[in-house]
Design a binder for this molecule. Sequence first.
Ligand code: FES
Ligand SMILES: [Fe+2]
Length: 352
Amino acid sequence: MGEPQQMRTSFLPAWLYSSPEIAEREHRNYASRLWHPLTSSAALADGHAMATTLLALPVLLTREGGVARAFINRCPHRGVPFADPADGTRPCRRLVCPYHGWTYDLSGNLRAAAREADFLEPFNRSDWPLEQLPCNELAGLIWVAGGSDPLALENQLDLLLDKAAVLLQRPRVLLRSESVALRCNWKVAHDNTLDDYHVAIAHPTTLHREQGPVRHYRHALSNHGTLLATPWPGGGEFLTFGLAPWTHLLLWPDGRMAVIQFPPLAVDQCRMDLWLLGDAAMEPTADTWLAETRTFLEEDRQLVEGCQRGYGSGLKPGPPHRLEQRILQQQALYARLMELTPAELSCSELSC
Ligand code: FES
Ligand SMILES: [Fe+2]
């Protein structure tokens, strides 16, 4: 796994949080080179399909013969989607386009097209497979990359696999999920969830109680991930992993797992996606768990939306604290993947 590469000693400049031009570059250099968990493995049974999205890209997930695959949810004939995210996960043997009936198997091969003998040019089914996306299963989640040449998933998850291999093997189902829009750049929300300096102050009766005294915080950093470990009253540790691109994975010794992501919606808006996973027997306590999680995330909302207004009005960020080292690590990774130049990193103007 190796030691983390060069740590930053200052926060990223504010213009990266408010420049409309940066979003396209983030998509190309950052998000497309990384993997994104799109659902839990347990949510996609064999012989099922589901539609979802990866940023603006419509995605179709299928499982056949135990193998999960991801395709662009776009018929190669005229672009119509095969299913809608609102349909949920459904059993299906074939994917049938509702426009002209082109019919695919769950591996993405075209099996039939209506009136096949009458195309204007010679027609070969094998020329028209569904467009496949890189897809992988790890830690009980289905990970998809939007670009064709992503970082190896094992590298992206290096710290998680190193520190939590046994905990990750536990079977989990998706108990609850919800999505909330936040009026801030995704990096404000990601930074905040990596921020161990604010917890005692901003979450005194919620997250701070869960994580305990700051003197017991234990940190670990790798090239791609960050970890805060805190003692758990029942034994073991509560593990909070901060992962690229905007993903947080929380693991409790009792087997619960929470996934929090902040995909961008606009330069000053992102979405918070929250998934709560655990043993199916935890179902009766899932509403309480969701309510508690919502409470501290709502405390964060006020702060991140205020932070965005500060960044948007030309802030020159102040000095990082030792308890903000997880932010600096993810920002160093961001700067590296974005190929930001020293001049860009030192620029404090919105027009950079
Ligand atoms: S758009 Fe799908 S069959 Fe025509
Ligand atoms: Fe917080």
